[in-house]
Design a protein around this ligand. Structure first.
Ligand code: CA
Length: 231
């Protein structure tokens, strides 16, 4: 069952010539709901990125034809600002420096855990302000981002701006824990953890306003909160 579905998802281009790496990677990214395209050569990576609507490029450094560093440099000299997440077996510091100089935004050394890579992908897309899904649904809760409207089983819930932002963060990451520190930073723009009583108060009013669906917000003691999905 799909209980949190973005209507418009970020487009991720994967440039990787090794099917043992690309196949599980494309599967995992697709499962997360990204619109994924796979290319296997440096030139294809460059042309697809320049020609298409790529929100993030996951780039292997050792590609046939034109290597990843050259792809990255060419993108930057042509004015592309697409976030580039480099996959590399060459994890030596010198290579990292060269890659970052070539315009890469982040690195994931091989071998990597898929969960780790997905976290980096999310971080890059967030930083780049990639397209947000327009409508999120979890159980009976629907959040319509363009109109900032939240409905619970079809009835509108009147949320304050902070409650709305809290819910938005929890819905975007439904099924996973969102840390208190992260919520404080994103919703209240503060690092001061002494202020988290405010967070608890907002979560409790948010729960109440969501009615029966409010029970989906689980407190993960000492860590943060999780919005439970149905599956
Ligand atoms: Ca390769």
């Amino acid at each position: 069952m799909i209980s949190a579905y973005p209507v418009r998802m970020s487009r991720v281009l994967v440039a990787e010539d090794d099917p043992d790496i690309s196949e599980p990677l494309v599967r995992a990214l697709s499962r997360e709901g990204y619109d994924v395209t796979l290319v296997t050569t440096g030139h294809a990576a460059l042309n697809s990125t320049l020609g298409g609507h790529t929100d993030l490029l996951v780039l292997d450094l050792g590609l046939p034809g034109m290597d990843g560093l050259d792809v990255c440099r060419s993108l930057r000299t042509r004015g592309s600002t697409v976030p580039v997440l480099v996959l590399t077996a060459r994890s030596e510091e010198a290579d990292l420096v060269v890659g970052l100089d070539a315009g890469a935004d982040d690195y994931v050394p091989k071998p990597f855990r898929v969960a780790e890579l997905l976290a980096r992908v999310r971080a890059q897309l967030r930083r780049a302000g990639g397209p947000e899904p327009d409508v999120l649904t979890v159980g009976g809760i629907t959040l319509d981002a363009p109109s900032r409207r939240v409905t619970v089983d079809g009835a509108e819930a009147a949320l304050t701006p902070k409650e709305y932002e809290l819910l938005l963060m929890l819905m975007r990451r439904a099924g996973t824990v969102v840390g208190r520190d992260e919520l404080m930073r994103e919703v209240w723009q503060t690092e001061w953890l002494g202020a988290t009583k405010t967070l608890d108060m907002h979560v409790s009013t948010l729960r109440r306003k969501l009615g029966d669906e409010g029970a989906r917000i689980t407190t993960v003691r000492g860590v943060g909160f999780r919005l439970e999905k149905d599956d």
